[in-house]
Ligand binder design. Structure first.
Ligand SMILES: NC(=O)C1=CN([C@@H]2O[C@H](COP(=O)(O)OP(=O)(O)OC[C@H]3O[C@@H](n4cnc5c(N)ncnc54)[C@H](OP(=O)(O)O)[C@@H]3O)[C@@H](O)[C@H]2O)C=CC1
Ligand SMILES: CC(=O)N[C@@H](CCC(=O)OP(=O)(O)O)C(=O)O
Length: 351
């Protein structure tokens, strides 16, 4: 049994972590970190935890926490972990960071897109990008894992096999993604009020969203070269869920023909057939957020458009599970040598 601390346990991603870890056989939560609710019973903030969690919220003192636990999850805003991390903390405990602080390898790129100064660039190189299906072996050895976010996990996993196998021209990739409102966190923001979101749909961060360079970097590694993509997120009136629809030009074969369905399917199967949490759907079935809700699954599929020579790839996941807390636990399982699926075998809920 290991001990875990969750900093940001009062946020949406942190609360989902608590919920998942409650059912993990190898983990005991020792610290429910908060900024605004210190000394208040955790179950007063999240009443689903009434008579389940007796603990009170604690502060966000990483130095003290590092002395007491084997792993710290930081489900905190961008800049928090980078602002407090030091070698002393990392020598005592492992960290899974749900923010973007250590996801992007180039500091200048991080600072440009996030518009904040990076306070701990010395740890960027060491941090492992925790996309388990791609970086599993590196995660196993890591002290610091940068847990990918919801849009990026969905966008990258949906296109990864085709980029890696060179079946598409990665520079033609256009990602159109939709997110439920929990993706924006629990903090009060006018644009996320019920009347602003309900019965509404809107694009935001068009051509400027901070996930663009993260997707470019990771798919660039798969392509073996730098790539440029378009990424447009949308806010939709749902609690949870991400749906990414991705378009790219298929590379023609030597005889001028397009790759066939079977050839593209074989590429997906090559990377995902043995992956528990990535489900390649049967031909003609489009991923839906409802069929993955509450679970750590990502559903993916594709359709070849013979007329335009493009392929339409689709992916769906639950932003709080595979897009955040579930993937964070999957990473922790790898880091500690637990069964990778421990605590994560939740069946998607419906309706
Ligand atoms: N929501 C999602 O779907 C996903 C979120 N993420 C990432 O996870 C992280 C948390 O997101 P989310 O849960 O949505 O956000 P929330 O706004 O819901 O929660 C933020 C949490 O961080 C705490 N916090 C806020 N400011 C500070 C601070 N200055 N110092 C210490 N703690 C602070 C809050 O404490 P308190 O409430 O007590 O003030 C709260 O517990 C972010 O980095 C986000 O990008 C990643 C993937 C998906
Ligand atoms: C709906 C919504 O507002 N979503 C957030 C993404 C939250 C998130 O997951 O951020 P990270 O992946 O970087 O951790 C946004 O667009 O900023």
């Amino acid at each position: 049994m290991i001990k875990a601390g969750v900093i940001g346990a009062t946020g949406y991603a942190g609360a989902e972590l608590v919920r998942i870890l409650m059912n993990h056989k190898e983990v005991e939560i020792k610290w429910y970190g908060s900024r605004s609710y210190v000394e208040q019973p955790y179950a007063d903030i999240y009443r689903n935890m009434f008579e389940i969690v007796d603990a009170k919220c604690m502060d966000d003192n990483m130095e003290e926490l590092a002395e007491q636990v084997d792993v710290i999850f930081t489900a905190t805003p961008q800049g928090f972990l980078a602002g407090v991390l030091n070698e002393s903390i990392l020598s005592k405990t492992k960290i899974v960071d749900l923010s973007a602080d250590f996801r992007i390898k180039d500091v200048a790129t991080y600072e440009k897109w996030y518009k904040i100064e990076h306070k701990s660039p010395q740890f960027i190189e060491e941090a492992v990008y925790g996309l388990c299906e791609v970086n599993r072996d590196l995660v196993k050895k890591a002290r610091l894992v940068a847990n990918p976010g919801c849009y990026t996990t969905c966008s990258i996993l949906t296109a990864y096999p085709l980029v890696k196998e060179g079946l598409i021209d990665a520079d033609t990739l256009i990602i159109d993604a939709k997110s439920g409102t929990s993706g924006a966190g629990r903090g009060a923001k006018t644009q996320n009020l019920f009347c602003e979101v309900n019965e509404n749909m809107k694009a935001y961060g068009v051509a400027t969203h901070r996930h663009t360079p993260e997707i470019e970097e990771q798919l660039g590694y798969a392509a073996g070269k730098q790539i440029l993509i378009n990424f447009t997120p949308h806010l939709v009136p749902m609690n949870r869920g991400i749906l990414a629809t991705e378009y790219a030009t298929l590379k023609k074969k030597a005889d001028g023909s397009l790759p066939t369905y079977d050839e593209v399917k074989a590429a997906y199967d090559k990377y995902y057939a043995k992956e528990k949490f990535v489900r390649v759907l049967p031909k003609g079935v489009c991923p839906e957020t409802k069929w993955v809700e509450g679970s750590n699954y990502v559903d993916v599929n594709f359709v070849i458009d013979e007329r335009t020579g493009r392929i339409v790839m689709m992916g769906a996941l639950d932003n709080l599970v595979k897009g955040a807390a579930g993937q964070a636990v999957q990473n922790m399982n790898l880091m500690f040598g637990f069964k990778e699926t421990e605590g994560l075998e939740m069946v998607p809920m419906f309706p």
